[in-house]
Write a protein that binds this ligand. Sequence first.
Ligand SMILES: Nc1ncnc2c1ncn2[C@@H]1O[C@H](COP(=O)(O)OP(=O)(O)OP(=O)(O)O)[C@@H](O)[C@H]1O
Ligand SMILES: [Mg+2]
Length: 245
Amino acid sequence: MYLDIEMLLRHLWVVGMTGAGKSSAYCFWILNLLKLGYPIGLIDPNNDLVTDVVDQLAMLPKKRWEQLVVWNIRNTVSAIGLNVVELKPGEDAPTKFAFLASVIAKIFAADPLITARMQRVMMHTFWLLSRFNLTLVEYQKVLTDKNFRMQLVALLREEEYELKDYWLHEFTDNPKQVTDWTQSSLNKIGAMTANTSLKRILGQPRSTLDFRLLMDEEISLLVALCIGALGEPGKFSESRKLSRT
Ligand SMILES: Nc1ncnc2c1ncn2[C@@H]1O[C@H](COP(=O)(O)OP(=O)(O)OP(=O)(O)O)[C@@H](O)[C@H]1O
Ligand SMILES: [Mg+2]
């Protein structure tokens, strides 16, 4: 099927029964776009479409290969780092981390009754992690190990009163309440960091992939998420269930 570039500026939904040729059509379009020099971003929940594209890259001129990043989430040899709580220059911490917390709440369809407090806990935990160049892998330790948490809080400067005040005056001091306050976010973040592949990616203090840079430099990105190997959807639905309790 012929696809006009104008059409690609809109949403496109390809539907058809299994074996109808959906993936083959995507593969054909992607290779043609790459050949014409258009940067593309492909996030494949499995691995087959990325593999099909990569298998046929030889048909492209060599200079196009140089503008391409292929990322297989299961690659254990050279795992790309993605520290989602890393603060880039010019970014505002409360805005960035409130947004990240709301995205996570949405992904897990968290119960609205507990969402507001959970998002506040997540936002301030992300902020604290980021302040000390830590990662999501240390999320659990911050919330379950009071000594560790207080050591970090003690290192905050006077002018960081907003973050400091939350941990010293708003976050519960009652050990019994801590579980209530933290369980809903711990089961969500825990579901991500418990997976070995994701832990390797999310646990690196420095991100080695910069999506902004890829877009600015017009570099294509092909990601094979291999969702089955990430423990989904079992862990995901389990977390959703827990978040409603
Ligand atoms: N236009 C075509 N003409 C002939 N064969 C085709 C055509 N498009 C795809 N095929 C063949 O049909 C088979 C299935 O195609 P494809 O994997 O693209 O289907 P799909 O719609 O993605 O299926 P699924 O939903 O199972 O992923 C492949 O062997 C492919 O080579
Ligand atoms: Mg397919």
